[in-house]
Ligand binder design. Sequence first.
Ligand code: HAM
Length: 433
Amino acid sequence: MTASSKISSIKGFKDLLPDETARRRRLTDAACRVLETYGYGCIDLPLLEQSALFTMSVGVTTDIVEKEMYAFEDRDGTVIALRPEATASVVRAYIQAGLSRSSPVSRFYYVGPMFRRERPQKGRLRQFHQIGAEFLGREDAAADAETICLVDDICRAAKLKGYRIRLNSLGDGECRPAYREALKAYAAARVDELCADCRTRIERNPLRLLDCKQPGCNAAMSDAPMMVDHLSEACKEHHERVLSLLDEMGVETEPDPRMVRGLDYYCRTAFEIVAEGLGAQDSVGGGGRYDGLVESLGGPSTAGVGFAFGIERMELASSLGGGALARAEKVTVVPLDPRAEAPALVLARSMRAVGLDVEVGPSAQKLKAQMKRADKAGARWVVIVGDDELSSRLATVRDMTKKKDYPSCLPLDAGTDAVEAKLRELGVTFGGS
Ligand code: HAM
């Protein structure tokens, strides 16, 4: 490498510039607010875990673990992995913190990066972000219905265009083995029509035969047996109860008997959220029930249901904010003398406390230069503190859009409430949604 060669980011790993982070924050804030109204608390988890956590939960034969996981040997020989998802980590943390005893029914949500070495394209990255939620300790159908209702509310809060929630039941340890055999037998009879991947799936992961995108496989599997027709009595009853509760709650879902998920831990209820604006990667989120997971990771038998949205895909499908952010208006405070610095900083602090974006200029610069800077920074308002203002203890406000001055009007010493009241009178917008 020469001294002048440029280093760019790794393929599939993206920078987010300030405008993009602002929009993202708005979207995640909207979703987090909904989650908190449902009683979910925020959990923050490590990005690196022992690789075995994911092989034991997501499944050794899944694409996520087999082909996409960033797993490597640490310096001490431990095999660790960048998390490809967070459900397994939440369950690990729940067991590790002893919550299965102290707080068996727990609701967690998380926001953060996940890593999968997929082929990057629109809506598909190698480092992407999820907002997800896990509801542990409840096995009744009402927990599934509440979770799907929460998903619906997040879609609304995030203003996802044309979203739909697709629903299926994947059965459980009692009825799925017989269904897998039926599916295997069906596929084995059509092996010549299947792609190379699907041929290996027959033995390794037959459920995935149902969602192969290859037209040949699609046609060959079009009359395949469906899980919903092979459910045990208990699974069937559960599924019907979920559907009837959702119906009573007015939450619209679409049955999708071909939907399987790319992770092995699901049982019974499984769902995916699709939306407009995403192209080929139309799944903006997904989730379902995973009653065996806590036990398989060494905890006591505990039910669980949850979901995760891909934040980048939410951004593509969301009409929230768009490019134009309803951010707080920008203010530049202009001190014109060293004696004006302290009052300018105090005033800026009061304005920030009421939600404005405030920048304070350098007192060594002349008014003209400071106004130019403010204009360039996109300030909607400029607050000037010069000699006159110091004597009257009232700052001058300039409306940069209307090019209008309000001489000596903003109190320097009266506190935040008085500053806010005056700014509202002048028509300043305080941001929010
Ligand atoms: P998942 O379906 O693998 O589920 O991922 C959830 C969402 O993450 C997807 O619907 C998609 O929006 C987003 N996503 C996945 N891969 C990528 C990628 N390479 N680039 C961009 N976005 C992506 C899970 O991860 C489960 N842990 C969800 C869950 C929680 N189930 C129960 N609890």
